[in-house]
Design a protein around this ligand. Structure first.
Ligand code: SAM
Length: 229
């Protein structure tokens, strides 16, 4: 199984071998890869919907790893028994869905060793939720696939002290590690904020909102400058 750059990066962020569940697996590629390439002794592929479970099962059988990967249908972490896995992957969903999954089975999530999360949108709100709910962000990375930037956040249970909410929003570990795609990420953010400013200005000028966004752009530029030094 050859993984896309996004899924390959997610695998890189797991500590292997492991006992793992891929929540919302869809095609089942990541669990198949783990079965083919690692000695992980518990690999669960789960999905809320029947069709993805069937597709995953078909691919698992085609790859001949049905004795290594178990398919379970159900929502989020509810398909797990207590302490059945150490790590969880939740990828390719919106932040709200990911937060919902963690809220629904919070006690179980708090017993995990590592959560590798790849939100499709709303990564700032996911980071905020994590630190407000006793998870710390231990790693973060950006990955580019088909001209799109994806953020991957690695969390584990524990306290994280955040002195600057803006840094939390952008990605504290991305900044600390000076991620190689940071410049592109900053440009994307500034473009997004600039577009919102133009829209507000065109429709019903709200100077307060515009000022807030301008300040955010300035803050990002200051961080950029500091990093260049
Ligand atoms: C876009 S696919 C992502 C597939 C794969 N994880 C990836 O990143 O390539 C999202 C999948 O999540 C599943 N899903 C959505 N909400 C879910 C939930 N609460 N629990 C389990 N699976 C869910 C959907 O059925 C869908 O198959």
């Amino acid at each position: 199984m050859r993984l896309s750059p996004r899924l390959a990066k997610i695998v890189d962020l797991l500590i292997l071998p492991t006992r793992v569940i891929d929540v919302g697996t869809d095609h089942g590629y990541l669990p198949i890869y783990l079965a083919e390439n690692t000695s992980s002794n518990k690999i669960i592929a789960s999905d809320y919907n029947k069709q993805p479970c069937q597709a995953a099962l078909k691919h698992i059988q085609q790859a001949g790893v049905e004795d290594r990967v178990e398919v379970r249908q159900g929502s989020g972490l509810s398909v797990l028994d207590k302490d059945e896995v150490d790590q969880v992957v939740i990828a390719g969903m919106g932040s709200r869905t990911i937060i919902g999954i963690l809220e629904d089975d919070y006690d179980l999530a708090q017993r995990l060793e590592r959560l590798v999360l790849q939100p499709m949108a709303g990564s700032s709100s996911l980071r905020k939720w994590l630190v407000e709910n006793n998870f710390k962000i231990v790693d973060e990375t950006l990955v580019k696939e088909d001209d799109k930037l994806y953020q991957i956040i690695v969390a584990q249970p524990g306290k994280m002290e955040i002195k600057d909410d803006f840094v939390l929003e952008i990605g504290p570990v991305l900044l600390k590690n000076k991620d190689s795609l940071l410049e592109e990420y900053f440009t994307e953010l500034k473009d997004q904020w600039q577009q919102i400013i133009s829209k507000i200005a065109d429709n019903s000028p709200d100077n307060q909102k515009i000022e807030i966004l301008k300040r955010r752009i300035k803050r990002l530029e200051e961080i950029e400058l500091k990093m260049e030094r």
